[in-house]
Design a protein around this ligand. Structure first.
Ligand SMILES: *[C@@H]1O[C@H](CO)[C@@H](O)[C@H](O)[C@H]1NC(C)=O
Ligand SMILES: *[C@@H]1O[C@H](CO)[C@@H](O)[C@H](O)[C@H]1NC(C)=O
Ligand SMILES: *[C@@H]1O[C@H](CO)[C@@H](O)[C@H](O)[C@H]1NC(C)=O
Length: 333
């Protein structure tokens, strides 16, 4: 081996060492691929705060999701969490799984992949049950992990578990009794998650970036803003040109625009019990608020993103159209 070849070899080896160091220093978020339609577009529905064995209009919302789902030929469904009330699932054998999910979202158009995150009520039960592959065997639509990525040709989706960020769940653990198995020590867990999210967002070259979490960032609903998520997650989203943050937690439908970036805050938490009646004062960025049941749809192409909110009769309450680059058109109806 010549001197030059030897040097080159050393450089190559160092790069391999560096690369493997990078990949072990951040535990990568699990990644899934979802195909787009033959024309390159993608459509989906988002619903949150739903599992009540059909009660509080859950079944009616599910029925309309089926109709709109067929009309848009949706590719998948997103759940923004609080999948089962009042305390998640007790185990993988909890009949609530069938009674509140499988036997409710029965429409043909909803027999697609569901991508779910956990809400705070899910942590009040056996959180690990919802993460278990056993549920996927019972209903192959079910895919619930704490934090993960879904890549498609037009958009990347970043599913984030926001529960460990909320201080009061830990300060008042005797009251909340959350199942934190797999989340402790909390500080380390949160710090790794923030690093992973930041890395995944920076590494994304998708046209559209959509982040999904249970807790609100900006909301006029009962819970209002989630301070810890505003402080810790929002800056990462703003710095990485995220287009939309989709959440539940407040049992309503709402749309606010970020005042510091192009991002839109879309709350879809109207899957069942709603009508809380305590909307907060309107503020900068406010676009739309509905206190009742309903859900959200999205249709994405390389250049356009159309979102629409529906009530439980399938009536469109509000639409927003985004287009690249950064042109925002919206219209209340
Ligand atoms: C169900 O929806 C209807 C129509 O929005 C509403 O009048 C009714 O109060 C809802 N029921 C519950 C339990 O929320
Ligand atoms: C970065 O993105 C590429 C292409 O999307 C993907 O193959 C790779 O796994 C990502 N790397 C990490 C560490 O997420
Ligand atoms: C959004 O775009 C769709 C189709 O491109 C159009 O039919 C609709 O009127 C637009 N809505 C708004 C509010 O601009």
């Amino acid at each position: 081996m010549s001197m030059a070849m030897g040097l080159l070899w050393v450089v190559v080896c160092m790069n391999i060492v560096l690369l493997s160091f990078v990949s072990v220093s951040t535990a990568e978020l699990q990644r899934f691929e979802h195909p787009v339609k033959p024309d390159g577009s993608l459509s989906f529905l988002a619903v949150g705060d739903w599992g009540r064995r059909g009660g509080y209009n859950q079944s009616q919302v599910a029925f309309q999701m089926g109709k709109i789902g067929a009309k848009l030929n949706v590719d998948f469904v997103i759940s923004t969490g609080d999948n089962f009330y009042n305390r998640g699932l007790t185990s993988v054998n909890d009949p609530t799984f069938l009674k509140s999910f499988t036997e409710i979202y029965t429409a043909q158009s909803l027999q697609k992949q569901w991508y779910l995150v956990l809400g705070n009520h899910d942590y009040r039960g056996n959180a690990l049950a919802q993460l278990s592959p056993v549920l996927r065997k019972m209903d192959s639509r079910w895919l619930c992990l704490r934090s993960y990525l879904v890549n498609t040709q037009v958009a990347d989706f970043f599913f984030i578990d926001t529960n460990p960020f909320v201080d009061k769940y830990f300060l008042r653990q005797k009251y909340y009794k959350h199942d934190w198995r797999g989340v402790l020590p909390r500080k380390e867990y949160i710090s790794n998650l923030l690093k992973d999210l930041d890395f995944a967002l920076r590494n994304s070259s998708a046209k559209w970036k959509v982040v999904v979490g249970h807790h609100t960032i900006r909301s006029l609903g009962s819970h209002g803003d989630t301070k810890e998520v505003v402080d810790q997650i929002l800056p990462i989203l703003e710095a990485n040109n995220v287009d939309a943050y989709i959440n539940g937690h407040d049992h309503c439908l709402e749309h606010l625009s970020d005042t510091n970036s192009q991002m839109q805050f879309l709350t879809s938490g109207g899957g069942s019990k709603a009508w809380k009646g305590d909307i907060k004062a309107k503020r900068n960025g406010f676009k739309f608020y509905y206190d009742g049941q309903g859900f959200l749809s999205a249709q994405l192409t390389e250049t356009d993103a159309e979102f629409a909110f529906y009530d439980m009769f399938g009536t469109v309450l509000h639409r927003l159209n985004l287009s690249k680059p950064n042109k925002i058109l919206y219209n209340s109806m």
